[in-house]
Design a protein around this ligand. Structure first.
Ligand code: ADP
Ligand code: NA
Length: 329
């Protein structure tokens, strides 16, 4: 059975893009993989997090994953900082990765923008920590949204260089599992930016704990053009906002984009947004309700994370100790 590593940052409340690009696939991968699900709090602090918020978001995130169908008794659910192997291997990788490789990472450029000098060095070396997260478990498959593809290619470069530098085939190559539907959900306010839990505008995303009213309001206010829904997919090419809403509908209704257009062509965004709201509410509202229930018992959630960390540690510790030995520690 192949081992999967999946990470999500507890830097806010998970949003619809996390669900469609990641969580939903994690749930189905559980059937035929050994899964390690990680709340990557060390990645979260690459941008400032208020400590109490970070703790709260970590618990909320755990509850949302469980509510979405992650099975913590058969698989591993834990937070990254609880297993020191991640930080130790990341340091080794900081010394393996070339600066030129990091300079090519588009996510850093997107996040830092023009104000490069004022971002943490953690944000810059984030892909090295991500490689460590995966390779500390010698995981061979990583389900990610398209936004993480470049980081996975870097993880493979790091594994290869480590193996080359220390003269042994130690780390495996990893394969990205990228969902075909809605691999990239875009912001509701700007069709050229990905939906993100760290976007300053809460109107830009649907959070998995939003209730029906909040969902309806955000979709009603979502940016669109003044046209109607076209008959063919190709006609959506230069209409990013319209394309995004149709893609969300398709992904949640288990249809393809053309099938959605077949049903809704000629419709304006008023009626289409109402139909989309129904589809989103049906998919998201049960997760929100179960999350609230789970958050009522914090001790239980903390216990799940503690046990998950012990099981994660049991896998990662021997692998990272061996890597340290190879390095000469
Ligand atoms: P965020 O940008 O919301 O903080 P994370 O960095 O925590 O997201 O990513 C968690 C997972 O969710 C990753 O696998 C990532 O590829 C996926 N993901 C994040 N945003 C989107 C999106 N807008 N569309 C599709 N997948 C996404
Ligand atoms: Na993020």
């Amino acid at each position: 059975m192949q081992r999967i590593f999946s990470g999500i940052q507890p830097s806010g409340v998970p949003q619809l893009g996390n669900y469609l690009g990641a969580i939903r696939n994690w749930v189905s991968l559980q059937a035929d993989h050994e899964c390690v699900f990680c709340l990557v709090d060390m990645h979260a602090i690459t941008t400032w997090q208020a400590p109490e918020e970070l703790r709260r978001h970590t618990l909320t995130q755990a509850a949302i994953l469980l509510a979405s169908g992650i099975d913590a008794s058969r698989h591993i659910l834990f937070n990254q900082s609880a297993v020191s192997a991640h930080a130790r291997l990341a340091w080794i990788f900081n010394c393996v990765t070339r600066l030129g490789w990091l300079n090519r990472m588009t996510q850093f450029k997107d996040k830092a923008g023009k104000d490069r000098e004022n971002h943490s060095s953690g944000l810059y070396v984030y892909p090295n920590l991500m490689a460590a997260d995966i390779l500390a478990y010698k995981a061979t498959r990583v389900p990610v949204g398209e936004d993480q593809k470049q980081h996975l290619e870097l993880a493979n470069d790091i594994a290869q260089k480590f193996n080359h530098d220390y003269g042994v085939e130690f780390f495996p190559q990893v394969e990205a599992l990228i969902p075909t539907a809605a691999a990239r959900v875009m912001s509701l306010r700007d069709g050229t930016k990905k939906m993100s839990k760290s976007d300053p505008s809460a109107q830009s995303r649907i959070e998995l704990t939003d209730d029906a009213d909040a969902i309806a309001l955000k979709i009603r206010r979502a940016k669109t053009d003044t046209g109607v829904l076209p008959a063919d997919v190709e006609e959506l090419a230069d209409r990013p906002e319209a394309r995004n809403l149709v893609a969300i509908y398709a992904a949640l209704a288990d249809m393809n984009v053309q099938q959605v257009l077949d049903q809704h062509q000629g419709q304006g965004f008023g009626p289409f947004k109402a139909a989309l709201t129904d589809v989103v509410v049906q998919a998201i509202a049960p997760i929100g309700a179960e999350t609230t229930r789970l958050l009522g018992d914090e001790a239980h959630l903390l216990n799940i994370l503690r046990q998950g960390a012990q099981r994660a540690q049991a896998i990662a510790e021997p692998i990272v100790s061996e890597a340290e030995k190879l390095v000469g520690f």
